[in-house]
Design a protein around this ligand. Sequence first.
Ligand code: ZN
Ligand code: ZN
Length: 172
Amino acid sequence: MSYWIGAAASSSNPFDSVTSFFKSSTWRFVEYMFVFVLVVIWLSCAYWVYKDARRRIEDKVVIAVAVATGLLFGPAGALIYSIVRPPEYLDDIRERELEMRTMEQRLAEEQRCGFCRAPVRDDFLVCPNCMRRLRSVCTKCGRPVEPTWKICPYCEAQVVDESTMLYNNVYR
Ligand SMILES: [Zn+2]
Ligand SMILES: [Zn+2]
């Protein structure tokens, strides 16, 4: 404001010193600095979007669109991206999927026939598909006994040798 008053007092044309200021090297420097800062902000927005999108998005085209949004709209583009981006990192998703697959595999192994891979329940004595013996029955209490068990955990009776039972069952 004081600048305007000073300009009006010293010169017949009050706009003279104003225009000369805008033509001065100081103003040009301010202009350049402004543009420079703007470019840096724009580029860093696009770079941040690129770095973040690479960790969250698999599709290269979608990443390119996200980076283009960052380049075009700068901070606003980065803000839009941060709203619509996938909430999870790809690494986390992969890790979870791997965990799920391992768990499923373990579950499937526990509930399948060791010979033909047919689904069985853990109290089945014989596989309903290949008819091979999965477990024997305790001679004393009649409960299913795993082939690896040496003693019945329910009644403490000695488990009969499994190999002869399996042989008899398969070649019966
Ligand atoms: Zn089977
Ligand atoms: Zn028993």
